[in-house]
Design a protein around this ligand. Structure first.
Ligand code: RB5
Length: 147
């Protein structure tokens, strides 16, 4: 069964978001778009927190987060307990954030990478799975931290 996908973006990521939604829908993923749609300036911080809340509340889902660099929205999403968002720009990293870090959100910089690259990164993320083993304890350490 395919995971449900929540996607969000600030004003910089509208075009990339639309391409990802179209791509994932064509692959029969159920996609919920929480992102900015009109390109008017908005806060990556509130978009990231809102996305994080959705991810934390649904254990059978994964998320896609987009802002100009991908950094701000991933910092915000990672403030929500249970969220592990990883910022990627290479295919191997997109795979490893699932395999090693059990990331449930992939973050990308809409001003940093091309749309066709973003589709490939999302694809690599979704095709990968947590490898468990030695990674289990490390992810558990993060999950159990209460700062
Ligand atoms: C918006 O100008 C920009 O600051 C935002 O998209 C993002 O790059 C923040 O990390």
């Amino acid at each position: 069964m395919k995971p449900r996908i929540y996607i969000s973006n600030d004003h910089t990521g509208v075009e990339m978001k639309q391409a990802i939604v179209k791509y994932l829908t064509s692959l029969d993923y159920q996609v919920t778009d929480l992102g900015n749609v009109d390109g008017k300036s908005c806060s990556y911080a509130s978009k990231g927190l809102e996305l994080g809340e959705k991810i934390a509340g649904d254990k059978d889902c994964l998320g896609v987060a987009l802002c100009g660099t991908g950094i701000g929205i991933s910092i915000a999403a990672n403030k929500v307990k249970g969220v592990r968002a990883g910022l990627v720009s290479e295919l191997e990293t997109a795979q490893l954030i699932r395999e090693h870090n059990d990331c449930n959100v992939i973050a990308m910089g809409a001003r940093m990478i091309a749309v066709d690259k973003a589709l490939k990164l999302v694809d690599a993320f979704l095709k990968s799975e947590f490898a468990h083993g030695r990674h289990e304890e490390r992810v558990k350490t993060i999950n159990e931290y209460h700062g």
